[in-house]
Design a protein around this ligand. Structure first.
Ligand code: XMP
Ligand code: MG
Length: 186
Protein backbone atom coordinates (compact mmCIF):
# COMPACT_ATOMS: atom_id res chain seq x y z
CA UNK A 1 0.00 0.00 0.00
CA UNK A 2 1.23 3.43 -0.91
CA UNK A 3 4.08 2.06 -2.99
CA UNK A 4 4.45 3.33 -6.53
CA UNK A 5 4.84 1.05 -9.51
CA UNK A 6 8.48 0.31 -10.17
CA UNK A 7 9.43 1.21 -13.74
CA UNK A 8 12.58 -0.66 -14.72
CA UNK A 9 15.48 1.76 -15.09
CA UNK A 10 17.42 2.09 -18.31
CA UNK A 11 20.40 -0.22 -18.33
CA UNK A 12 23.69 0.19 -20.09
CA UNK A 13 22.46 -1.13 -23.40
CA UNK A 14 19.17 0.80 -23.43
CA UNK A 15 20.10 4.14 -24.94
CA UNK A 16 16.90 6.15 -24.56
CA UNK A 17 13.17 5.84 -24.22
CA UNK A 18 11.81 6.30 -27.73
CA UNK A 19 8.08 6.10 -26.87
CA UNK A 20 6.87 6.34 -23.29
CA UNK A 21 4.03 4.28 -21.82
CA UNK A 22 1.49 7.14 -21.88
CA UNK A 23 2.16 7.88 -25.55
CA UNK A 24 1.74 4.20 -26.42
CA UNK A 25 -1.51 4.04 -24.49
CA UNK A 26 -2.92 7.18 -26.16
CA UNK A 27 -2.01 5.89 -29.63
CA UNK A 28 -3.53 2.46 -28.96
CA UNK A 29 -6.71 4.30 -27.86
CA UNK A 30 -6.81 6.20 -31.14
CA UNK A 31 -6.25 3.04 -33.17
CA UNK A 32 -9.02 1.27 -31.24
CA UNK A 33 -11.40 4.15 -32.04
CA UNK A 34 -10.55 3.88 -35.73
CA UNK A 35 -11.15 0.12 -35.67
CA UNK A 36 -14.43 0.50 -33.75
CA UNK A 37 -15.64 2.87 -36.49
CA UNK A 38 -14.27 0.93 -39.45
CA UNK A 39 -15.75 -2.42 -38.40
CA UNK A 40 -18.98 -1.11 -36.85
CA UNK A 41 -21.28 -2.40 -39.55
CA UNK A 42 -19.54 -5.49 -40.89
CA UNK A 43 -21.39 -8.65 -41.74
CA UNK A 44 -19.73 -11.56 -40.00
CA UNK A 45 -17.09 -11.69 -37.42
CA UNK A 46 -13.89 -9.71 -36.79
CA UNK A 47 -10.86 -11.84 -35.93
CA UNK A 48 -7.81 -10.13 -34.45
CA UNK A 49 -4.69 -12.17 -35.13
CA UNK A 50 -1.78 -11.21 -32.88
CA UNK A 51 1.62 -12.21 -34.18
CA UNK A 52 3.56 -13.87 -31.36
CA UNK A 53 5.51 -13.23 -29.46
CA UNK A 54 6.14 -9.53 -30.14
CA UNK A 55 2.48 -8.46 -30.38
CA UNK A 56 1.07 -10.09 -27.26
CA UNK A 57 0.97 -6.92 -25.15
CA UNK A 58 -0.30 -4.75 -28.01
CA UNK A 59 -3.02 -7.29 -28.80
CA UNK A 60 -4.10 -7.50 -25.15
CA UNK A 61 -4.25 -3.71 -24.80
CA UNK A 62 -6.00 -3.11 -28.12
CA UNK A 63 -8.68 -5.77 -27.77
CA UNK A 64 -9.73 -4.42 -24.37
CA UNK A 65 -10.39 -1.04 -25.97
CA UNK A 66 -12.64 -2.46 -28.69
CA UNK A 67 -16.36 -2.00 -28.23
CA UNK A 68 -17.32 -4.06 -31.29
CA UNK A 69 -17.71 -7.85 -31.25
CA UNK A 70 -14.46 -9.66 -32.04
CA UNK A 71 -12.49 -12.78 -31.31
CA UNK A 72 -8.78 -12.96 -30.55
CA UNK A 73 -6.45 -15.46 -32.13
CA UNK A 74 -2.68 -15.78 -32.36
CA UNK A 75 -0.09 -17.06 -34.78
CA UNK A 76 3.59 -17.62 -34.07
CA UNK A 77 6.24 -16.97 -36.67
CA UNK A 78 9.96 -16.74 -36.60
CA UNK A 79 12.35 -15.09 -38.98
CA UNK A 80 14.89 -13.54 -36.66
CA UNK A 81 17.86 -14.70 -34.70
CA UNK A 82 19.30 -11.87 -32.57
CA UNK A 83 18.73 -8.74 -34.63
CA UNK A 84 19.34 -10.14 -38.12
CA UNK A 85 16.51 -10.91 -40.53
CA UNK A 86 16.81 -14.10 -42.52
CA UNK A 87 13.95 -13.27 -44.87
CA UNK A 88 12.94 -16.84 -44.23
CA UNK A 89 9.63 -16.85 -42.38
CA UNK A 90 8.78 -20.02 -40.44
CA UNK A 91 5.30 -20.87 -39.17
CA UNK A 92 5.71 -22.09 -35.59
CA UNK A 93 2.05 -22.15 -34.49
CA UNK A 94 -1.02 -21.58 -36.65
CA UNK A 95 -4.28 -19.79 -35.79
CA UNK A 96 -7.29 -21.79 -34.56
CA UNK A 97 -10.21 -19.79 -36.00
CA UNK A 98 -11.69 -20.61 -39.39
CA UNK A 99 -11.21 -17.43 -41.43
CA UNK A 100 -13.65 -18.14 -44.23
CA UNK A 101 -15.94 -15.11 -44.73
CA UNK A 102 -14.52 -13.44 -41.61
CA UNK A 103 -12.76 -10.09 -41.37
CA UNK A 104 -9.17 -10.61 -40.33
CA UNK A 105 -7.07 -7.88 -38.73
CA UNK A 106 -3.40 -8.79 -38.31
CA UNK A 107 -1.83 -7.17 -35.23
CA UNK A 108 1.93 -6.81 -35.66
CA UNK A 109 4.42 -5.14 -33.35
CA UNK A 110 6.80 -3.81 -35.98
CA UNK A 111 7.22 -3.62 -39.74
CA UNK A 112 10.85 -3.97 -40.70
CA UNK A 113 11.74 -5.65 -44.03
CA UNK A 114 8.10 -6.59 -44.66
CA UNK A 115 8.78 -10.34 -45.15
CA UNK A 116 6.64 -11.36 -42.18
CA UNK A 117 3.54 -9.37 -43.11
CA UNK A 118 3.87 -10.19 -46.79
CA UNK A 119 3.93 -13.90 -45.90
CA UNK A 120 0.97 -13.55 -43.51
CA UNK A 121 -1.24 -11.54 -45.88
CA UNK A 122 -0.73 -14.08 -48.70
CA UNK A 123 -1.23 -17.01 -46.37
CA UNK A 124 -4.46 -15.58 -44.89
CA UNK A 125 -5.91 -14.46 -48.24
CA UNK A 126 -5.71 -18.08 -49.40
CA UNK A 127 -8.11 -18.99 -46.55
CA UNK A 128 -10.95 -17.03 -48.24
CA UNK A 129 -11.64 -14.39 -45.57
CA UNK A 130 -14.03 -11.48 -46.24
CA UNK A 131 -11.06 -9.11 -45.76
CA UNK A 132 -7.49 -9.02 -44.49
CA UNK A 133 -6.15 -5.79 -42.98
CA UNK A 134 -3.03 -4.91 -41.03
CA UNK A 135 -2.27 -2.95 -37.90
CA UNK A 136 1.36 -2.24 -37.13
CA UNK A 137 2.42 -0.38 -34.00
CA UNK A 138 5.90 0.58 -35.23
CA UNK A 139 7.07 1.14 -38.76
CA UNK A 140 10.72 1.37 -39.83
CA UNK A 141 10.34 2.80 -43.37
CA UNK A 142 14.13 2.80 -43.99
CA UNK A 143 14.16 -1.01 -43.78
CA UNK A 144 11.32 -1.92 -46.14
CA UNK A 145 12.39 -4.54 -48.67
CA UNK A 146 9.03 -6.01 -49.67
CA UNK A 147 6.11 -3.60 -50.23
CA UNK A 148 3.32 -4.20 -47.70
CA UNK A 149 0.06 -2.30 -47.26
CA UNK A 150 -0.54 -1.04 -43.72
CA UNK A 151 -4.09 -0.08 -42.77
CA UNK A 152 -3.45 1.13 -39.22
CA UNK A 153 -0.08 2.38 -38.00
CA UNK A 154 1.04 3.58 -34.57
CA UNK A 155 4.39 5.30 -34.95
CA UNK A 156 7.14 5.69 -37.53
CA UNK A 157 10.59 5.07 -36.05
CA UNK A 158 14.18 5.34 -37.32
CA UNK A 159 16.28 2.30 -38.23
CA UNK A 160 17.33 1.38 -34.70
CA UNK A 161 16.74 -1.81 -32.68
CA UNK A 162 13.91 -1.29 -30.24
CA UNK A 163 12.75 -3.30 -27.23
CA UNK A 164 9.90 -3.19 -24.74
CA UNK A 165 6.10 -3.39 -24.99
CA UNK A 166 6.44 -6.92 -26.38
CA UNK A 167 9.62 -6.42 -28.37
CA UNK A 168 12.76 -8.20 -27.29
CA UNK A 169 16.44 -8.73 -27.88
CA UNK A 170 17.07 -12.46 -27.49
CA UNK A 171 14.02 -12.59 -25.16
CA UNK A 172 15.24 -9.73 -22.96
CA UNK A 173 13.38 -6.47 -22.25
CA UNK A 174 10.04 -7.75 -23.65
CA UNK A 175 8.00 -6.59 -20.66
CA UNK A 176 9.30 -3.04 -20.31
CA UNK A 177 6.28 -0.69 -20.28
CA UNK A 178 7.91 1.70 -22.75
CA UNK A 179 9.70 1.30 -26.09
CA UNK A 180 13.44 1.93 -25.87
CA UNK A 181 16.26 2.09 -28.35
CA UNK A 182 19.04 -0.33 -27.60
CA UNK A 183 22.60 -1.09 -28.60
CA UNK A 184 23.64 -4.64 -27.72
CA UNK A 185 26.84 -4.53 -25.67
CA UNK A 186 27.76 -8.18 -25.78
P1 XMP B 1 10.08 -8.10 -40.97
O1 XMP B 1 11.51 -7.84 -41.37
O2 XMP B 1 9.62 -9.45 -41.41
O3 XMP B 1 10.17 -8.11 -39.41
O4 XMP B 1 9.16 -6.96 -41.39
C1 XMP B 1 9.13 -8.13 -38.60
C2 XMP B 1 9.56 -8.81 -37.33
O5 XMP B 1 10.93 -8.54 -37.00
C3 XMP B 1 11.11 -8.32 -35.65
N1 XMP B 1 11.76 -7.02 -35.48
C4 XMP B 1 12.11 -6.48 -34.31
N2 XMP B 1 11.99 -6.95 -33.06
N3 XMP B 1 13.02 -4.98 -32.25
C5 XMP B 1 12.46 -6.19 -32.03
O6 XMP B 1 12.34 -6.59 -30.90
C6 XMP B 1 13.19 -4.45 -33.48
O7 XMP B 1 13.71 -3.33 -33.61
C7 XMP B 1 12.70 -5.25 -34.57
N4 XMP B 1 12.71 -5.05 -35.91
C8 XMP B 1 12.12 -6.18 -36.43
C9 XMP B 1 9.74 -8.41 -35.06
O8 XMP B 1 9.59 -9.68 -34.50
C10 XMP B 1 8.79 -8.25 -36.19
O9 XMP B 1 7.61 -8.99 -35.99
MG1 MG C 1 6.88 -9.87 -34.46
Amino acid sequence: MGSSLAIPALTKDLVRVLIDADSISRRVDELAHQINDAYANIEGRLILVGVLKGSFILTADLCRKLTIPHVVDFIALSSYSGDRTSGNVRLLMDTRENMEDKHVLIIEDILDSGYTLDYLIRNFKARKPASVKTLVLLDKPDRHTVPVEIDYQGFTIPDVWVVGYGLDYNERYRTLPYIAEMYPQE
